[in-house]
Write a protein of this length. Structure first.
Length: 306
């Protein structure tokens, strides 16, 4: 598999955003674009990219601003309109990656926060993708508005770059309750202890977002779950939701069902879902990941080979 790093410079502030373009020289059926989750980076998706390439796909794994090697401050998107600035930079990164494969259809896959960005992308650039895959997509959070107000108060005293343990606990503190006798505060992401330990030991994973970053994520939740701005132009666009049945981020209090129902309410009819018993948030890093990846690849195959 050949891996080529591609980069773009943001028109907002000249920050650089990076992605890895993975492919081989055999015939390629489509370009799969991957948006990773919150507080991680693109390199954690190398194994998944290899499986996709081995099955005839090119893959572009994108870093968000404030993650991995993109941007200068971890957990910080931009000084203004961070969610939309990051979304537009991702859009530009896809355009750059598409230059090598101009004729290929794009399948967009987002994990966790990346699934929220994928849905914001769907909202604005639906005509540019042939299918959408949402992995561990976060449930709507009725406390997000309260969290946003608290973030504004903290910012007045601590500044936009402050990292608040209070906000972090409000956002993720309850997630470990699904785990019996957790050994770490990140056990909720995976029942695979090797994956959890690797996540914890990675200095570019698990960091607390800045106050400004948290506020941008609350904007993203509102952007995805509110009706404003949705203009569905292709009701039969293939969409799939994949999540672990024990994922507190996606499935707590019917969050998975509500996320699916919300997209249906926007007029999307061609939606399939699958929950994996006993798996948690990072289903692409569980020991059963090959089963999950096989299901995802079969879904993509149906889109591009129909």
């Amino acid at each position: 598999m050949e891996v080529k790093m591609i980069s773009i410079q943001s028109s907002f502030d000249q920050a650089k955003l990076h992605g890895d373009l993975c492919y081989n020289d055999s015939s390629i059926k489509a370009l799969v674009v991957i948006f990773h989750g919150m507080s991680e980076h693109r390199f954690r998706y190398r194994y998944f990219a290899e499986q996709l390439v081995n099955n005839g796909y090119a893959v572009l794994v994108c870093d968000h601003r404030g993650h991995g090697e993109s941007g200068e401050i971890l957990g910080y998107f931009a000084s203004e309109n961070g969610w939309l600035v990051n979304l537009e930079d991702l859009h530009c990164l896809i355009k750059e990656g598409k230059k090598k494969f101009p004729e290929l259809p794009i399948i967009l896959l987002g994990h966790s926060m990346g699934a929220l960005f994928a849905r914001s992308f769907l909202k604005r650039y639906q005509d540019e993708i042939a299918g959408l895959i949402l992995v561990g997509t976060p449930a709507d959070n009725p406390l997000a508005t309260i969290g946003h107000h608290i973030a504004n108060i903290i910012a007045k005293f601590k500044g936009e770059y402050h990292r608040s343990k209070l906000l972090d606990n409000m956002s993720f503190g309850s997630f470990n309750k699904v785990v019996k006798s957790p050994k770490t505060r990140f056990d909720w992401i995976s029942k695979n202890e090797e994956n959890v330990n690797a996540y914890i030991s990675d200095e570019k994973c698990g960091f607390i977002f800045t106050i400004k970053g948290f506020k941008d994520v609350t904007f993203g939740l509102k952007d995805v779950y509110h009706f404003d701005g949705w203009r569905n132009r292709e009701s039969n666009l293939p969409i799939a939701f994949f999540s672990g049945a024990e994922d507190p981020c996606s499935c707590m209090k019917d969050g998975f069902t509500n996320a699916v129902t919300k997209l249906k309410s926007f007029g999307y009819k061609n939606i399939q879902t699958k929950l994996y018993p006993e798996l948690r948030h990072e289903i692409l890093n569980e020991k059963e990941r090959d089963i999950v990846m096989k299901d995802i690849i079969e879904f993509i195959d149906k889109i591009v080979l129909q």
